[in-house]
Design a protein around this ligand. Structure first.
Ligand code: SF4
Ligand code: SF4
Length: 433
């Protein structure tokens, strides 16, 4: 029996890993060897100095045998330990020569989705030759990887922040002064996501469906198409592993996470109602198909109640794997990541195609049966304070609910399952309490 369970676990780990093959970079080279590879004329690599942590690189004159300091190298994770990408820390070695220019950068390890990071070399190559006195700006000095905004920002921020103490060491620039400049967070990264979220929250609280539709559209444009920021199971595994995204370097994700969690506890799945950009895509597909006269499908009621549990099984399996193996990025299996980033493994594309195709016939196909993020938010929403309440004499509302969140108890009392409810407000019109 135990053997069987082990085999199932092994299968699940291999299956989810297929989404993210080749994630871990080779770590066989020592840090010193990598430092050496950045400097063509390096002969001696010192031991690691502290405050700030760095290696000194020397060349030796063949005739006089004199040692000359030709540069230094440092690890971003030593000097900017709080910067996380999508799935965790990104470890890069940066070499700076005697003229205070970056000679090169080398990626040591990361926990990002590999399909996002296959272009990391192109991103890192852009730092070579740049003077260290300024702050590198993504989109101006450095071109990010399309569809991998968070990873690109994490790389740029990690290099910027770890250069601060190095500047203080090499240029005598006050590290604190530089830090002040670096903490300027653009208005669009704070005001817009907060505004959209509050609009979504208000639309549910006041039960205004037109406001909800407007929020959905704004979210699709901002979170989906422009910012490419959506919650994923990897974020919840990060949280459970006590890895909190930095507000400074991961502002949109920080706002999304810390507005979504309390909103679930207060009102229910506001995020799933109108903030998640993939909700808009699925609903658009379904409504287009209806308008085009395509026959949409209904799952048998009892079967659907059972099938809803699939997403919880996926959630717990993913959380178990992410936490046990300390690999939160494995949680990023959701098809919306592939949809909005336009990147993914073959399996991820296959899953996306299947989900999009099924969404033509079934309302919110992915949300209802498979989404682990929705399942996590559903658990948080289980005992929300101000959710929808139906009275005992409500009409038969269970067919009104598009996600079968309404069930009748043995005493024929209509009850809403807050974990499944996506706050679409249909029952507030048809089944007044
Ligand atoms: S269930 Fe998943 S895909 Fe659906 S709206 Fe919620 S987070 Fe988005
Ligand atoms: S119809 Fe269903 S999903 Fe919509 S608000 Fe009512 S219970 Fe929730």
């Amino acid at each position: 029996m135990i053997k069987k369970q082990k085999l199932i676990l092994l299968f699940l780990i291999s299956f989810f890993s297929l989404f993210e093959s080749n994630v871990h970079c080779s770590n066989t080279d020592t840090e010193k060897e990598i430092c050496r590879s950045l400097f063509s004329n390096a002969d001696i690599i010192s031991d690691k100095f502290e405050n700030p942590s760095h290696y000194k690189i020397y060349s030796i004159d063949k005739n006089s045998k004199k040692e000359t300091l030709i540069g230094i190298a440092f690890l971003t994770t030593d000097l900017a330990p709080d910067i996380y990408g999508y799935g965790g820390k990104i470890k890069i070695i940066v070499g700076v020569d005697a003229s205070n220019s970056i000679v090169g950068t080398k990626l040591i390890s990361h926990s990002e989705t590999p399909s996002f990071t296959k272009n990391f070399p192109n991103l890192l190559d852009q730092f070579a030759g740049k003077d260290i006195s300024g702050n590198f700006k993504l989109g101006e000095d450095i071109d990010g990887i399309t569809g991998a905004t968070i990873s690109s920002a994490a790389v740029t921020n990690a290099i910027n922040e770890s250069l601060e103490p190095i500047k203080a060491l090499l240029l005598g620039i006050e590290a604190a002064n530089i830090k002040k400049k670096a903490t300027n967070i653009p208005f669009r990264k704070t005001f817009i996501p907060i505004f959209i979220f509050l609009l979504g929250f208000l639309s549910v609280f006041l039960r205004r469906t037109y406001l909800s539709k407007i929020t959905m559209l704004l979210s699709l444009i901002y979170f989906g198409l422009l910012a490419n920021s959506m919650l994923s199971t990897s974020h919840f595994s990060d949280l459970l592993l006590l890895k909190i995204p930095s507000f400074e370097h991961n502002t949109i994700m920080f706002i999304l996470l810390f507005l979504t969690i309390p909103s679930c506890i207060i009102l229910g799945r506001v995020y799933c109602c109108n903030i998640c950009p993939f909700a808009a895509i699925q609903e658009m597909l379904f409504s287009f198909s209806k308008k085009a006269g395509i026959k949409t499908k209904n799952v048998n009621k009892e079967l659907e109640y059972k099938a809803q549990n699939t997403k919880y099984i996926i959630l717990f399996t993913l959380l178990f794997i992410c936490i046990m193996f300390n690999r939160p990025y494995i949680g990023s299996i959701e098809p919306y990541i592939t949809f909005f980033s336009l990147m993914g493994s073959k399996l991820a594309w296959l899953l996306l195609s299947f989900v999009l195709f099924s969404s033509i016939f079934y309302f919110r196909f992915w949300c209802r049966f498979f989404c682990p993020t929705g399942a996590f938010l559903g658990l948080l929403s289980k005992f929300n304070f101000f959710g929808f309440i139906l009275s005992a004499d409500s009409k038969d509302c269970s067919n009104v609910c598009p996600v079968r969140a309404i069930k009748y108890t043995d005493k024929n009392i209509a009850k809403i399952n807050s974990s499944e409810c996506i706050l679409c407000q249909k029952c507030s019109t048809f089944c007044k309490k």
